[in-house]
Design a protein around this ligand. Sequence first.
Ligand SMILES: *Cc1c(COP(=O)(O)O)cnc(C)c1O
Length: 437
Amino acid sequence: MTLNSDHNTLLFERAKRVIPGGVNSPVRAFKAVGGIPRFVKRAHGAYFWDANEQRYIDFIGSWGPMILGHGHPAVVKAVQDAVLEGFSYGAPTEREIELAEEILRLVPSMDMVRLVSSGTEAAMSVIRLARGATGRSKFIKFEGCYHGHADALLVKAGSGLATFGNPTSAGVPPEVVQHTLVLEYNNIEQLEAAFALQGDQIACLMMEPICGNMNFVRASVPFVKRCRELCTQYGTLLVFDEVMTGFRVALGGAQSVYAKQIPGFEPDMTVMGKVIGGGMPLAAFGAKRSVMEHLAPLGAVYQAGTLSGNPVATACGLATLRQISKPGFYEDLGRKTRSLINGLTQAADGEGVAFCGDSEGGMFGFFLLAALPQNYSQVMKSNSDHFNLLFHGLLDRGVYIAPALYEAGFVSAAHTDADIAATVQAAHEVFRLLSKQ
Ligand SMILES: *Cc1c(COP(=O)(O)O)cnc(C)c1O
């Protein structure tokens, strides 16, 4: 296709005149991998079509929400019905209760939830609530974990355990991150040292239990166990940010995966988003009643939202949760996702390309490395030139994966075994090219 008739290029040029970088969320701009972002025209099932009517097998699924694939008939019907009733009222509705009840039934570590509109909002609110409930200011996050873009979370590690983080974004004053302690993921020694030093001042410890913002890095079972023990010992609230993993790796989220290996395991607070909205702006945070009762209007921690619990978004989320609650849903999704990772691994091995991958439920990740990384600095050892070649090689062959090597991928119920096989075949061709690099 010549440049003049490439509609993606034309749209990108037009977008850049009116939207910074041409996108409304930075990773969409293809800055890491180079090239022109694909502008999506429409989607169906496991596919979307770009502005040139080129079809792609979609392994992003809106970064996780589209677990049923695009345009699932039951979800579309629920949204259409909801729209006809009304868009938004700023007054409570029965559907909010139904969704809250459904979430609490599926994730029993929480007694109450509050619905909000984005993962960022949920994570930001959970920190305020943890601080309000404990009367402490400090909190722990781990390098490489993403919890949305609230000021206090845009932070990288400081120079030592006693020193708090440095902002990673312009516009965040150092004072705003002075209570954020950034530690290395999966590093038990460092964690113990940090708690020994100031555990009684730490309101909460926030983690992605399976970190999809480092592509796919699991918190080790001993690490999660130690986080739980130290939080209990010091009265610190353990927060699982399950915005990505919730209803994605299992019906009960990553916490249910860890509970199988750590008897009785529960986080104190949970942040959810992505899948619970089924593609609409919806997120939530929850905890035990004693913690949640600190929230306004019951308690002194303020939190609010004009569109929170929006009737159309809750209809979409509810319809999605009802579909994924059906027996066998995660078994089938998990099997397909594993077959993708196994297929890619075999194809890479066959061409002598260093490769490793992992998956849980409908979430996967892979690295052009010989062994799975355990933390952010190991993830960053991935060869980005090779990743970019793989990304564009797949894109040219009609397969759309995340345009950055530190992002997870997602399989939906709509992906068929044939889609998986076609993806492995496309990747095999690219691995053959890579092996000649
Ligand atoms: C996506 C994500 C967020 C932020 O959610 P938004 O809806 O994009 O604001 C927070 N935490 C995790 C783990 C995420 O994956």
